[in-house]
Each structure stands twice: as structure tokens, then as C-alpha cells.
Write a protein that binds this ligand. Structure first.
Ligand SMILES: [Zn+2]
Length: 204
């Protein structure tokens, strides 16, 4: 199983990839910087979702979450203001990815009140079915280096998690070729977590 996600606000690039038809069937797009999103780009996001992909949230202004000066202001201006805009455009994101991968115990505690899962970066990227935590991590997609260790032949039941910003067609093609060769499927974050039982908070 492969979770491929994309971050930031590269909506035209994402839409071009999805509508071009040469991309994985299920991906997740974490959107940030919502103030600059035009009606036409919101429609692109709706089209992406309608094509079977998932839209997540990546922050109203792409702020770090590891050390905000004022947590109440962070939740109000960075999280809830953005969620309100997303809802008005027809999206209720269940998953969040941390800008810069920056988080803390306090950010996890507060954001898990809003989202089912939180994605960090470059801390692991490989999980076992049934052992995937609500705060998980993906590695940045750079096929030539560390990704090989995560993506090359693995045990059945492994979940590989990678992320990108702008689509890179050559790397995407390689990733899809490798996935097909391994009999791997691409899944959205919600798909993966609905199939994978998360450890309960009480037991961790
Ligand atoms: Zn980002």
C-alpha cells in the first residue's frame, strides 16, 4: 500500500496531473495558503476530489505548529479560519499535514481535536498494517536517494508514505511502475486509515 500526498497550494499543477490521466488512482492533497485561492482553483480542487482523491488541510497561512506564541490565536487564525473557508467551498478535511513537519506534543493534542490524523515529514515513512499511528510521517519524494529504501520490495502489509509538492512526471512514472511491479495499490489517507486499525489513545 502506498500513500502519496502533496502539500501546499500547487492546485493547477495537481489538477493537470490528475486530469492528465497518468497518475495514481488515489492521492491526497493537503492545501495551504487559502487566501490566494480563486473560485476557479476551488473548482479544480472539487474536480480532483470528484476524481477519487482526498483533500486535506495544511494551514491557512502555512505556519509552524511547534512553537506558536499564542495557541488560542493559532487555532483560531491558522486552523479554524481555514477550516471555515474550506467548509464554505464544500470541503471537510479529516487530515492535516504539518507545514515544515514542525510539531510538538501540544500541537498534536490540540490538532487531534480537529483532525483524525496528522502527518509529519521525514521521520519514518514506513508502517505496518495495524501499527499506523494517528500522528504519522511521510518522506519527501526523491526517488534517487532515501525513497528507494522505503519503496523497494517490502513485506506484504507494509504501508509506504511519501509526499511531494509539485508533481514530477518522471518520478511519478517510476513510482507507478514500481508499484505495479510489486502489486501495490495507492490509497488515500482516509482509505488507509479506514482499513488500518489505529492503536487507541488509551493504550499508547
Ligand atoms: Zn508546506
Amino acid at each position: 500500500m502506498i500513500i502519496l500526498s502533496f502539500d501546499d497550494c500547487h492546485i493547477e499543477g495537481w489538477a493537470g496531473m490528475v486530469m492528465g490521466g497518468k497518475s495514481p488512482k488515489a492521492m491526497t492533497f493537503y492545501v495551504s495558503d487559502l487566501a490566494g485561492v480563486s473560485p476557479a482553483r476551488w473548482q479544480m480542487l472539487r474536480d480532483i476530489e470528484a476524481a477519487g482523491h482526498e483533500i486535506g488541510f495544511h494551514g491557512m497561512r502555512h505556519l509552524r505548529a511547534d512553537r506558536p506564541l499564542d495557541w488560542d490565536a493559532f487555532m483560531r487564525d491558522e486552523i479554524d479560519e481555514g477550516l471555515k473557508i474550506m467548509e464554505s467551498e464544500g470541503f471537510i478535511p479529516a487530515h492535516y499535514s504539518y507545514p515544515y513537519g514542525a510539531y510538538s506534543q501540544e500541537s498534536n493534542r490540540r490538532l487531534l481535536e480537529r483532525f483524525k490524523t496528522l502527518r509529519a515529514v521525514n521521520a519514518g515513512g514506513l508502517y505496518r498494517v495495524g501499527e499506523m499511528p494517528s500522528v504519522w510521517a511521510a518522506i519527501e519524494f526523491d526517488f534517487d536517494r532515501k525513497d528507494r529504501a522505503v519503496l523497494c520490495p517490502r513485506e506484504p502489509g507494509d504501508v509506504a508514505c511519501v509526499f511531494m509538492h509539485l508533481p514530477n512526471p518522471a518520478r511519478l512514472a517510476l513510482l507507478m511502475e514500481m508499484a505495479a511491479g510489486n502489486g501495490e495499490e495507492f490509497v488515500t489517507v482516509s482509505d488507509a486509515f479506514s482499513r488500518i486499525s489505529m492503536p487507541s489513545k488509551a493504550s499508547t
